[in-house]
Design a protein around this ligand. Structure first.
Ligand SMILES: Nc1nc2c(c(=O)[nH]1)N[C@H]1C(S)=C(S)[C@@H](COP(=O)(O)OP(=O)(O)OC[C@H]3O[C@@H](n4cnc5c(=O)[nH]c(N)nc54)[C@H](O)[C@@H]3O)O[C@H]1N2
Ligand SMILES: Nc1nc2c(c(=O)[nH]1)N[C@H]1C(S)=C(S)[C@@H](COP(=O)(O)OP(=O)(O)OC[C@H]3O[C@@H](n4cnc5c(=O)[nH]c(N)nc54)[C@H](O)[C@@H]3O)O[C@H]1N2
Ligand SMILES: [Mo]
Length: 784
């Protein structure tokens, strides 16, 4: 179980990197620590096998950087400026892939315009890198094909995180590295099954399979679940009858409307089913209400199942919220330290949940491939598997029958209906997911196929993922999209060099047929081998299928077919597309301009708390958001309140350890893992420490702008500069200098406890994902 902090799916896979990449940029990730087996091994292999070059761009000299051919240090939160600096040189020298831009993209002109501003001198001024470094690296990166990118949290954990992820994809588009072996964007996902959790949308702003929020999405799901839509909607609070203007207007000068309101035509009709929920980052405001919130009532209960709450920002706020709740439930294999944060004497329930070794089913890996896992042992003691806990919950609240009905459904002669009285876990759950999440092309990922892949591990090629013998012609784990039961899966997204039946596909046609009068479909020269349709084509719907594919449907087919490829339980659209060698989601242009975002093209904006007051004036952050998910969020008013850097001159960023993960409770309860890092600390450059009279291994206070502080050990390190420190976030159990040991139930205290760095994570969120600005905040050191 996991929450979802990555943003975007990996286009290629690590086997592909090892075999094909010639150039690798790791920007805002530290795989040597965070993904040593899952990625770093393959990066090293690419160096050995292909003589590939590895470049690391990071504020910190990391263990990954230690293996790099080139390391470029930039100030946290300035990646957009850095990449525009590359684009500036690329366009100036004509290094862009003009053919790809002409045939497969939209809006690159606007990027080119913005890039003009980013001269090497301005990039050096903003990012702190040297102009020669930028020039040397860009020349090398643009000249070497194929080149791939890796990124993770150094990119996403920023108030501009969503723009960061976009500018990197745009760089790869412009250089023609997308949809190519050895190219693409390899976004390293975090926890086990983070990709799967994202696909299932364990998120506050969408539904399973990225169907979004809206009655269209709910109707699709209800159909798959065998649940009556009109009955289903009764489970939600409806309509506050508050006039729309009272609920907060979109901020002037933004085109962010879609993110504020669901699309009901009636402003009175505020159906909570179609509103974003509270996110993990700011749920506590639903209790504390210090900022304006939008909900049908106060939050009264917190149910925690598989996420360590001390790993979230603003632990003091979380602590206050916990005190005020009616009830806290923790359903986990370990005692989650959220249970000891609060001072409350009762109202905390800890339910023992089985680990992954005691359960069965599939997870989705970072490359969109599924892995089937068998149960090693039955749940021990009184613990229950996660789904058992949820089933008991559903029974208690009276919706068990509806909850499990989806697993009893099936397609009979093109129509979805209940086909059995009972279900088999986890096979029927897997098949339900395959049936219902057509939106990512999940239909071919059935339990039977995934079990077969597990039994044939030895029969897959680690480089290409291609199977042999009993799994001949299939890619390992059927990476989505896997359009139907005959489809092999898609190892590399957007690869137009392969036929549809071998995993080829164009860019998805998701944003209309034209924009500002410009056709959004791929050029006529872009045709998948064997495709009946030449050039670009729209996503396939019931309305256009006959015209696009040049076929005639029977009346029976028309009756059974759903309105579009992503909402067609009958499977007829997929079947017709297969016959025509056409990809159901279309063959379109990748857009560099997202017209509905606050910043349609990525723009450098200084972090909410920036060390450069001069640049805060030049590159201010976003307008305050009256409603972001369910909470008002400050952006510019917080940033420009004052020059925070006068009082808090030092930048801080996050660090991970090989021996600890996430909130760290799991490993800190292991004697051996705990002993590797026996205490909480921060890496500080000796020159910075000297300013405050702090010696190596001295205790020090770190103060944050919101008035919080932590007491940790100072470890001298040259991995950081005198301008910034970095610190791990895997500790809890001490809060602003106060030891909470007495609150652990007997026998549950881990071998090591310490301050959580998230007590001093600064205020600041990304407006699209609401991720906290974990990787760019300000602080001040003080000798303790
Ligand atoms: N400062 C700072 N904060 C960060 C980050 C950072 O870089 N810097 N990173 C962020 C990121 S990317 C993430 S993903 C989060 C990670 O933070 P968390 O999500 O807190 O990560 P874990 O500590 O792995 O939490 C997993 C929890 O799930 C429980 N668990 C394990 N297996 C099972 C199971 O099978 N069933 C159930 N029910 N429970 C289970 C464990 O007991 C544990 O409490 O932290 C975020 N916070
Ligand atoms: N051992 C271990 N492995 C883990 C985890 C763990 O807790 N322990 N967590 C897992 C999870 S949930 C995740 S999401 C992944 C995370 O994987 P990573 O993101 O690779 O892990 P981090 O250590 O947070 O690395 C982020 C890097 O970004 C840099 N950085 C910070 N700010 C910036 C910036 O503005 N620009 C640039 N270019 N770089 C910046 C940091 O210095 C750091 O080196 O790791 C996973 N693997
Ligand atoms: Mo993560």
């Amino acid at each position: 179980m996991a929450n979802t902090w990555g943003y975007g799916a990996m286009t290629n896979h690590v086997g592909d990197v090892a075999k094909n990449a010639k150039m690798m940029l790791v920007i805002g990730a530290n795989p040597a620590v965070a993904n040593p087996v899952g990625a770093m091994k393959h990066i090293i292999q690419a160096k050995d096998r292909n003589n590939a070059t590895l470049v690391v761009v990071d504020p910190v000299y990391t263990r990954t950087a230690a293996k790099a051919d080139m390391f470029i240090r930039i100030r946290p939160g300035t990646d957009i400026a850095f990449i525009y600096g590359m684009l500036h040189l690329i366009f100036k020298n004509g290094w862009e892939d003009k053919e790809v831009i002409r045939t497969r993209t939209y809006g690159v002109e606007e990027i080119k315009e913005e890039a003009k501003h980013w001269t090497p001198e301005e990039v050096a001024n903003v990012t702190g890198c040297k102009t020669e470094e930028l020039i040397q690296f860009t020349r090398m990166f643009a000249a070497t094909k194929p080149a791939t990118l890796f990124w993770a949290l150094g990119i996403t954990q920023h108030s501009v995180g969503h723009s960061n992820t976009r500018i990197l994809s745009i760089l790869q588009l412009v250089l023609g590295n997308m949809g190519k072996e050895g190219g693409g964007t390899n976004i390293l996902r975090g926890h086990d099954n983070v990709q799967g959790a994202t696909d299932m949308n364990c998120l506050a702003d969408s539904t399973s399979g990225y169907y979004g929020l809206g009655d269209g999405a709910w109707k699709h799901h209800c159909k798959g679940w065998g649940v009556d839509f009109d009955e289903f909607v009764k489970r939600f609070a409806v309509s506050t009858k508050e006039p729309r203007e009272k609920l907060g207007e979109p901020v002037k000068g933004t085109n962010f409307k879609e993110y504020f309101y669901h699309d009901s035509a009636n402003p009175e009709d505020r159906n909570w089913r179609n509103e974003k929920g509270y996110s993990l980052a700011k749920w506590w405001q639903g209790v504390l209400k210090e900022e304006k919130t939008y909900s049908s009532g106060n939050l009264r209960v917190l149910w925690v199942q598989g996420t360590g709450i001390t790993s979230m920002a603003h632990t003091t706020k979380i602590q206050q919220a916990l005190d005020k709740l009616d009830m806290l439930v923790v359903a986990e294999p370990f005692l989650n330290e959220v249970a000891i944060l609060s001072d409350r004497p009762d109202g905390i329930y800890v339910l023992p949940v089985a680990t992954q070794f005691e359960s069965e089913g599939y997870v989705t890996a970072t490359n969109r491939a599924a892995q089937w896992r068998t149960q090693i042992i039955k749940p021990i003691y009184e613990s229950k598997e996660d789904q058992e806990v949820m089933f008991l919950f559903a029974k208690k609240f009276g919706f068990y029958d509806e909850y499990v009905r989806g697993m009893k459904m099936g397609i009979v002669d093109g129509e979805i209906k209940q086909v059995k009285d009972d279900f088999k876990w986890p096979d029927d759950a897997t098949d339900e997911i395959a049936r219902n999440t057509q939106s990512i092309g999940n239909n071919g990922r059935t339990a039977a196929r995934l079990r077969k892949h597990q039994e044939n591990w030895h029969n897959f090629d680690p480089d290409t993922q291609m199977g042999r013998g009993p799994v001949e012609g299939e890619y390992y784990g059927l990476p989505w999209p896997c359009w139907d039961e005959k489809h092999p899966g898609t190892p590399i997204l957007y690869d137009v060099s392969k036929p549809y039946a071998e995993g080829g596909m164009g860019f998805r046609n998701r944003f209309g047929l034209e924009h500002n009068g410009v056709n959004q479909l791929a050029d006529e020269s872009i045709t998948l081998p064997g495709s009946k349709v030449k050039g670009g084509y729209p996503q396939i719907t019931k309305e256009n299928i006959e015209k696009v594919l040049g076929i005639t449907l029977t009346e029976d087919e028309k009756r059974k077919m759903g309105p579009s490829w992503s909402d067609d339980y009958s499977g007829i659209i997929a079947q017709k597309c297969r016959e025509a060698g056409v990809c159901p989601c279309g063959n379109a242009r990748a857009r560099a301009v997202v017209w509905e975002f606050l910043d349609p093209i990525p723009k450098h904006r200084e972090p909410i708390h920036s060390p450069r007051w001069d640049l805060v004036q030049k590159y201010p952050t976003f307008e305050d958001q009256a409603k972001n998910f369910r909470v008002a969020s400050k952006f510019i008013s917080e940033q420009q309140e004052k020059d925070w850097s006068k009082e808090f001159p030092t930048v801080m960023s996050s660090l991970r350890f090989v021996n600890l993960s996430g909130a760290g409770m799991i490993e800190r309860t292991s004697k051996y893992l705990a002993s590797i890092t026996p205490e909480m600390f921060a890496h500080v450059h000796p020159s910075l420490a000297a300013k405050y009279g702090i010696k190596d291994r001295d205790m020090m206070w770190i103060h944050a702008p919101q008035g919080t502080k932590i007491k940790v050990k100072c470890y001298y390190s040259y991995s950081v500069t005198p301008n910034n420190i970095c610190l791990p976030y895997h500790f809890a159990g001490i809060m602003q200098g106060v030891d909470l040991s007495h609150r652990y139930p007997e026998g549950t205290k881990p071998y090591t406890i310490g301050e959580s760095s998230n007590t001093i994570t600064n205020y600041g969120f990304d407006p699209v994902t609401q991720i906290s600005e974990f990787n760019a905040g300000l602080c001040r050191l003080e000798k303790a």
